[in-house]
Design a protein around this ligand. Structure first.
Ligand code: MSP
Length: 537
């Protein structure tokens, strides 16, 4: 926990999602991961700004709206509500929702454009090439499949374009970008993504077009009303607009005052070039500091296959949360997939993992331990602290190091490893109960020994619940409440800091050995076993 006056700031972003359709599981995945990181930062007492939002301009959206017979703004307004709904269902604690059609965003885009223009980095030229409307990106002929589609959108042929566009002098920033990648090896993560970027940049950067003449749905280029601004140039700046406080005048100076530079851009691997090459070059041109870290995660597949509407195997995040609950969905994607790697969803596996980890290992552990407190201690938890437990106690040994280990894992975005470390203590606690058999100790009238066992286990469960709270906030809150705390991890904000309702500082909560609360909450199962849908069993 930082001193309240010296609280660190931490700003992070999800991509701003296209509103061509309601959110899919890919958008949910990035947003869950970002929320986990934001919650972790808040637990540590930092001032956090989690930015998400929607990318609403461009040809893809223009065409989608036209196909529905709606004007584009009306279409965007409808779709945006579905994003807000899904984030509420998934308990995403975002601080800003940036929409690129907001009028104040136009002011930021214009001011930024002017800076780059003044720098001499924008010029008019002829653009020829293959354009994937779904990616909103020009592709090299060699990148396209035999059917003329890009590898990501295999059912939509790239279109030939030949038009006058304004270009951004990306090539001018080649050396400066290379220097950044060398000097800040953690700028692009994980390592495999960094290598991808280095290889691409090594081939020589080419200027890219930042205007369109055949797309009406976008902000006009300030110097030439015949063109609209290319959707990606506009969208990346949505991160900047999001930094404005609601009452701020929309100027770059105001936007950049408190939270800039962004600490972490979390994105999928398909949009790495935009974030790790184009975006820093644009910022250099405008004379602004660069974000600190860009992390590109992998792609999700279902039952080992690429997901897609046309393939008929999409995974609906709304349906998944309705059937299994937010914490279950959050836990699976965070624990089962190493961030940065591709990951698979398989429903049987999903159900088995949740039942094993959350219902059995964690849920039963709490339940059986509270049952024994009732039976052997008149429902008064042992009034002990960590110092009362011998140093060679296995749980104490694991517990006192766990906070530090897990902290490193969270900071490095190795959330699956954080889960494994925590699970190890949960499993060790189950084993410890079995081996120390408090029921026999009780029969032998060794009350002090019974109490030590139960204290060590309950304290381990508490610590695990605390450390898992960024991932499964509702379950962790239930555990905390049953252990007699009044902390709700879904409403907790780092601003509560040292003045947390129970008067215990949050920095202490990540240590093993807290005194027990004399009064427990009502014991009840925290996670009911999930059933497989019939056709899957
Ligand atoms: N609008 C741009 C981002 C602009 S940011 C200034 C965009 N939007 S998107 O809606 O198409 O994609 C959003 C995110 O979803 C990307 O990070 C992308 O990687 C992610 N995913 C899309 N499909 C995915 C999977 N199948 N699996 C995991 N994530 C995937 O790109």
């Amino acid at each position: 926990m930082n001193d309240l006056n010296e609280r660190k700031t931490f700003a992070l972003t999800t991509p701003l999602y296209y509103v061509n359709d309601i959110p899919h599981i890919g958008s949910a995945y990035t947003t869950i991961v970002a929320d986990v990181m934001a919650r972790w930062q808040r637990l540590q007492g930092n001032s956090v700004l989690l930015i998400t939002g929607t990318d609403e301009h461009g040809q893809k959206i223009e065409r989608t709206a036209a196909a529905k017979g709606l004007n584009p703004q009306e279409h965007c307004d409808r779709i945006v509500t579905s994003f807000a709904n899904l984030w509420a269902k998934l308990h995403i604690q975002y601080d800003r929702f940036s929409r690129t059609t907001a009028p104040r965003h136009q002011a930021i885009v214009n001011e930024f454009f002017e800076r780059v223009w003044e720098k001499g980095d924008i010029y008019l030229d002829r653009q020829q090439g293959w354009y994937c409307v779904a990616c909103e990106e020009f592709k090299e002929k060699r990148e396209l499949l035999d059917n003329g589609c890009c590898p990501i959108h295999t059912n939509l042929a790239a279109e030939w374009r030949d038009e006058e566009n304004y270009f951004f002098r990306l090539s001018k920033y080649q050396a400066q970008l290379e220097q950044i990648y060398q000097e800040q090896p953690n700028f692009i993560q994980p390592e495999s993504r960094r290598n991808e970027v280095l290889n691409f940049v090594n081939q020589g950067l080419q200027d890219f077009s930042i205007s369109r003449v055949n797309v009406a749905w976008g902000f006009p280029i300030p110097h030439d009303g015949q063109h609209t601004i290319y959707v990606w140039f506009d969208a990346l700046l949505g991160y900047v607009t999001a930094l404005l406080d609601p009452e701020d005048e929309p100027t770059l100076e105001n936007a950049l005052a408190k939270w800039w530079p962004i600490d972490l851009h979390l994105i999928g691997k398909d949009i790495l070039r935009f974030h790790a090459i184009y975006w820093p070059a644009m910022l250099m041109s405008a004379g602004l500091p660069l974000p600190k870290r860009v992390f590109g995660h992998g792609f999700l597949t279902k039952d080992g296959r690429k997901m897609g509407k046309s393939l008929g195997n999409t995974l609906d995040p709304f349906d998944l949360v309705d059937r299994y609950g937010a914490d279950a969905v959050r836990y699976y994607f965070v624990k089962e997939i190493e961030l940065g790697q591709d990951g698979d969803f398989q429903e049987t596996r999903f159900v088995n993992i949740l039942n094993a980890d959350l219902a059995n290992d964690l849920g039963n552990l709490l339940n059986r331990t509270l049952g024994m407190v009732k039976k052997y201690c008149q429902n008064i938890p042992p009034q002990l602290t960590g110092v009362d437990i011998p140093n060679d106690n296995r749980l104490k040994n694991m517990g006192i190091n766990l906070g530090v280990i897990v902290e490193q894992k969270y900071d490095a975005l190795q959330f699956n490893q954080a889960c494994e470390e925590i699970l190890a203590l949960i499993r060790a606690s189950n084993k410890f109960i079995d081996e120390s058999a408090p029921w026999s100790l009780f029969k032998q009238k060794q009350q002090a020994a019974v109490e030590k066992v139960l204290y060590a286990v309950l304290e381990s469960v508490r610590l695990c619940a605390y450390l898992l709270s960024p991932i499964i906030p509702t379950l962790s809150s239930k555990i905390y409440q049953q252990l007699g705390f009044v902390i709700d991890f879904n409403t907790f904000r780092s601003e509560d800091g040292e003045n947390s309702p129970d008067g215990v500082s949050f920095s202490k909560h990540c240590q093993w050995g807290l005194p027990t609360n004399p009064q427990l909450g009502t014991p009840e199962p925290i996670f009911s076993k999930l059933e497989l849908p019939l056709n899957d069993s």
